[in-house]
Design a binder for this molecule. Structure first.
Ligand SMILES: Cc1ncc(COP(=O)(O)O)c(C=O)c1O
Length: 442
């Protein structure tokens, strides 16, 4: 598209969004394709989604095939020796990687670094390692960076699985987590001053399921001041909306199961690091030995999903803003929790560090628990399922599903009220989403 035309469309789009231009509109220098495009060409975000990380393949397949091979063959003993020594590039064993996995890793690394520069002013280089799940990526990151006797600092609003890992598994390995309110940097600093064994800060923003946001710039600066390794779970925002590496963090992880794959076809996780040398040695070794590797089929599905990632996010975001407005005006709805609405307690933090409020929200039905159950049963199009970030709109009623075993008092403390519905807005025509929600609330 003609750049001036693109800019004028952008201005139009920007008037409707909460924040600066989405990243697809930044033009930046990236290494898109080692073979068919120039290494130093200038490309947009969507072009990186489609072409980034792709290398041509010996049989001239258009797309990188599913490398369903557990091992790789050497021409000679000398070649295997050179490959094992790292003197010659090449694949060795499926647990250590394959070309389909490499394409997914390189594409996501380019997207997460998009438009950012390193200390030397050159485009930021990241190394990514694809895992079997988001939980496998967190595990590799934690075990590569924390050892017995050391502590981590984190906050209350984490994805439940991460919270349980930190609360139940880490103590058995001699690692203690200190949970602090990350909305209060003074309290965080007080802890950092007294607890000398803290080595790592772990943040999730926006958090699942509460959508709480914490200030990446403030917390990362504080963490770095006290010599900590800083890791951010960027699953809810994705690199389309938020790039934590902008704030000097060391690691970013994602559950690729969600928006990055976008079609709900594969579980996966990715760990990205700014220290490429450490990622390529110590962290790679940890990943290989823990065995939480991805596989060629899931990587293929992820690569395929990523090709439309920018386009999908644009539609997810614009649909979500319209759905939030509809819900906020609906008489059956007591409250809408959406980062784009000015009354959300973290609206300002979100707008400071995210390009748009995203596609996740929750809302409370006035009728409480029974209204929640009835609403779910009356849905005709939207899907009653946990997970998020897929093309289709997904809804769930936590009080009758994910939190059914949690005592009501405790559930209310987490903000999970009786009539709360969690909503991941899909990319269907927004009128159809709204019509379905409306008829289910009658
Ligand atoms: C924010 C967040 N982080 C991590 C995970 C774990 O990812 P996975 O289910 O792919 O292991 C999830 C899963 O829902 C999540 O929502």
């Amino acid at each position: 598209m003609d750049i001036d035309l693109e800019k004028s469309l952008l201005l139009k789009h920007n008037r409707r969004s909460h924040s600066p231009l989405p990243p697809k509109h930044y033009l930046y220098t990236v290494n898109i394709n080692k073979t068919s495009m120039s290494d130093k060409a200038t490309h947009g975000f969507d072009t990186v989604c489609i072409r980034g990380g792709h290398t041509s393949e010996s049989n001239r397949a258009h797309l990188t095939p599913i490398y369903a091979s557990s091992t790789y063959v050497f021409d000679s003993a000398e070649q295997s020796m050179a490959t094992f020594r790292g003197e010659e590039k090449g694949y060795i064993y499926g647990r250590w990687g394959n070309p389909t996995i490499t394409e997914a890793e390189e594409k996501i690394a380019l997207l997460e670094a998009y438009g950012l520069t390193g200390a030397d002013g050159a485009p930021l280089q990241l190394k990514a390692i694809l895992h079997a799940s988001g939980m496998a990526a967190v595990t590799t990151m934690l075990l590569a960076n924390v050892k017995a006797g050391q502590k981590i600092i984190t906050h209350f609003s984490l994805y439940g699985g991460t919270h349980e890992l930190i609360e139940k598994i880490l103590p058995t390995l001699g690692v203690q987590a200190i949970l602090v309110d990350f909305h209060n940097p003074t309290a965080v600093e007080e802890v950092l001053k007294t607890e000398k064994d803290i080595v790592l800060m772990y943040l999730e923003t926006p958090a699942n399921p509460t959508l709480q946001c914490v200030d990446l710039e403030v917390l990362s600066t504080l963490g770095k001041q006290y010599g900590l390794t800083v890791c951010v779970d960027n699953t809810f925002a994705t690199p389309y909306l938020q790039q934590p590496f902008r704030y000097q963090v060391d690691y970013v992880m994602h559950s690729t199961t969600k928006f990055l794959n976008g079609h709900g076809t594969a579980i996966g996780g990715i760990l990205l690091g700014r220290d490429v040398a450490r990622m390529s040695t110590h962290v790679t070794k940890t990943h290989r030995l823990l065995g939480g590797n991805s596989n060629a089929f899931d990587a293929f599905l992820l690569v395929n999903g990523l090709r439309t990632f920018g386009l999908r996010m644009e539609r997810h975001c614009s649909n979500a803003a319209q759905v939030a407005d509809f819900l906020a005006a609906h008489p059956a709805v007591a409250k809408v929790n959406y980062l784009g609405l000015a009354h959300h307690p973290d609206h300002h933090i979100a707008m400071k560090q995210m390009r748009h409020a995203g596609a996740m929200m929750s809302f409370e039905l006035k009728g409480g628990f029974d209204a929640g159950v009835q609403f779910i049963n009356k849905l005709k199009m939207c899907t009653n399922a946990v997970s998020l970030g897929t093309c289709d709109t997904l809804l769930s009623h936590p009080a009758s599903t994910t939190h059914i075993g949690v005592a009501r008092e405790q559930r209310l403390q987490f903000g999970i009220t009786d009539g709360l519905i969690r909503l991941s807005v899909g990319i269907e025509n927004v009128a159809d989403i709204i019509a379905d929600l409306d008829q289910a609330m009658m």
